[in-house]
Design a protein around this ligand. Structure first.
Ligand SMILES: C[S@@+](CC[C@H](N)C(=O)[O-])C[C@H]1O[C@@H](n2cnc3c(N)ncnc32)[C@H](O)[C@@H]1O
Length: 390
């Protein structure tokens, strides 16, 4: 089918099953996706309680569409930039093609979104966003969910930047600690598996059994086979011996530190962490020279949060990570807008040692005793610099 092979189809829907008692999906939709190895079409098979996905190279997709149509469906709608084509098959197998004015905005939307740097386009239905109530069934982002939608896109931009640090020759292992309702976990899966064709094994961990049950049922419904959810405490989590990427978004107080320590212990290449509720150091910080700052509760709270994240950054640098402190989303929307992005790097021992010494000086100046330092353990501390070493 030339329209598909040449990438002219922006979206297609095959429907009206020829046989109601067969095991073919009630509806199949296809759309183009640009993967690492070129243009593909993503087939989404809609079964009663779940969807399955398959990415097919564009050059083979036309034949697959023709075959599925012939075997299973009596109706198809192909949306191209120039026109919409509806194909109807009579019971005797005779096809009628109706040409209608183009309705798909996908091409313009894609351009528009590229300009705005959004990974997930508005007006392009993404099943997980529809299920999570962020988009309508037609793919329009709901006004009330615009902030969440922006946050998801911002997160995916940050993930996109670190993709070169993740393996491509085997499944990428990701752990999302304190995943909660998992908007961002589903978004990560969508981006890496469905949009980019990675193999992914993701575990979302949270203390709340009901939330985990909801997330697992949604993953099953969406056909996200590499996405598993488990109930558990971050600090006690022992099921994995390794992870390529550890994500911890808004895990409260020292739960973030427990997650960072696990990530370092596993040698994770990438850590993405949005801390929240940094209470630990609020109770500890003392320095008489800082009295004007520490004697006002509000100022002390804000300072303690920044001081906590500075300690985390310094500790991660002392064990060999390159660390960036990034603005997660516009502070207008939430004060919890700092993202720590850490990437494992080849850092000379002397640099690690210097970072450690800077950290010790800082920690002593504030009279603090952070959880993360203890959780990392003494064995991870950089060794003393040897004379003449670079
Ligand atoms: C504010 S929610 C954030 C959810 C999600 N990561 C997000 O950013 O939308 C924090 C989640 O962390 C979970 N949590 C807090 N401490 C935890 C711990 N020690 N172990 C596992 N989960 C924890 C909570 O149950 C909650 O669901």
């Amino acid at each position: 089918m030339r329209w598909v092979d040449e990438g002219l189809v922006l979206q297609a829907t095959l429907s009206q099953l020829r046989r109601k008692d067969g095991d073919a999906p009630a509806r199949t939709t296809i759309r183009p996706v640009q993967l690492k190895d070129g243009l593909h079409y993503q087939f989404e098979f809609h079964y009663p309680n779940k969807a399955k996905h398959e990415n097919v190279p564009a050059a083979q997709a036309g034949e697959r569409v023709a075959q599925w149509l012939e075997e299973h469906y009596r109706q198809a709608l192909f949306k191209t930039k120039e026109a919409d084509y509806q194909i109807l098959f009579s019971k005797k197998g005779k096809a009628a093609v109706l040409k209608k004015p183009a309705t798909s905005q996908a091409a313009e939307t894609a351009d528009h979104n590229r300009k705005k740097n959004r990974v997930l386009a508005d007006n392009a239905p993404a099943p997980f966003l529809i299920e999570l109530g962020i988009m309508t069934a037609e793919g329009k982002v709901k006004d009330s969910k615009m902030d969440k939608y922006r946050q998801i896109n911002r997160f995916l931009e940050m993930v996109t930047d670190v993709l070169p640090h993740l393996p491509t020759d085997r499944p990428v292992k990701v752990i999302d600690f304190g995943c909660g309702k998992s908007y961002l976990t589903f978004a990560l899966y969508h981006l890496l598996v469905i949009e980019k064709g990675y193999q992914l094994q993701v575990v979302g961990l949270d203390l709340k059994a009901d939330v985990i049950a909801f997330c697992q049922s949604l993953a099953d419904k969406l056909g996200y086979e590499g996405l598993k959810f488990k109930v558990g405490d971050i600090a006690e989590y022992k099921e994995s011996a390794s992870a390529d990427m550890v994500v911890t978004l808004h895990a409260c107080d020292t739960a973030t530190d427990a997650a960072l320590a696990k990530a370092v212990g596993w040698g994770a290449q990438v850590i993405l962490s949005v801390p929240c509720c940094q209470h630990e150091l609020f109770r500890q910080i003392q320095n008489d020279n800082l009295k004007p700052l520490l004697s006002h509760g509000l100022l002390k709270e804000r300072f303690a949060a920044l001081a906590t994240d500075a300690a985390r950054g310094a500790l991660l640098e002392s064990v060999g990570y390159k660390v960036q402190m990034l603005e997660f989303i516009d502070p207008e929307h939430t004060p919890k807008n700092l993202l720590i992005r850490a990437v494992a790097a080849e850092v000379p021992e002397s640099v690690k040692r210097r970072k450690w010494d800077e950290y010790v000086q800082y920690r002593n100046m504030l009279s603090i005793d952070p959880y993360l330092e203890k959780a990392l353990g003494e064995e991870r501390r950089p060794r003393p610099v040897i004379e003449g070493e670079k």
